[in-house]
Design a protein around this ligand. Structure first.
Ligand SMILES: [Zn+2]
Length: 145
């Protein structure tokens, strides 16, 4: 399971959002889920600061938006596999050469692939896999923090 899948799994297992704090009370505050389920209860001396309370309450929505943003980038930037072909132009499934990004590579590259005229040594405008855009969107997920 990659980090994004882990985040999604934890988000799906958590009480559905939006989360909201109960109105101000002098004895306790409760954080509640979309259907008023109690998630967290704080006594008067243990109220989170407003800035932290906002972060906690917005976590489900903010995480869902960030996951959706990364998934949108992943969906647009998909790999295109390049294989050797035989003399008749048939793809040799066991002779994978490399993957390129079908979105970031120049359209002339994908046209050459579609036409079966691709130079296996590489063509101008080819962007390798994973492309810089996908790396930028996912690199932080792989870092230890
Ligand atoms: Zn790309």
């Amino acid at each position: 399971m990659n980090e994004l899948e882990g985040i999604k799994a934890r988000l799906q297992e958590a009480t559905p959002g939006p989360w909201e704090w109960d109105g101000p009370e002098h004895i306790r505050q409760s954080l509640r889920g979309a259907e008023a389920q109690e998630i967290l209860q704080c006594g008067a001396l243990l109220y989170p600061e407003y800035r932290n309370a906002e972060l906690i309450a917005n976590a489900p929505r903010d995480l869902a938006r960030l996951v959706a943003a990364v998934e949108a980038v992943e969906k647009v930037h998909e790999p295109v596999a390049i294989y050797e072909t035989d003399d008749a132009g048939q793809v040799q499934d066991d002779k994978h050469v490399r993957d390129i990004c079908g979105t970031c590579s120049d359209s002339s590259v994908t046209e050459s692939l579609d036409d079966g005229n691709y130079d296996l040594a590489g063509e101008y405008g080819e962007v390798g896999w994973p492309c810089p855009t996908l790396k930028a969107a996912t690199a932080a997920l792989e870092e230890e923090r």
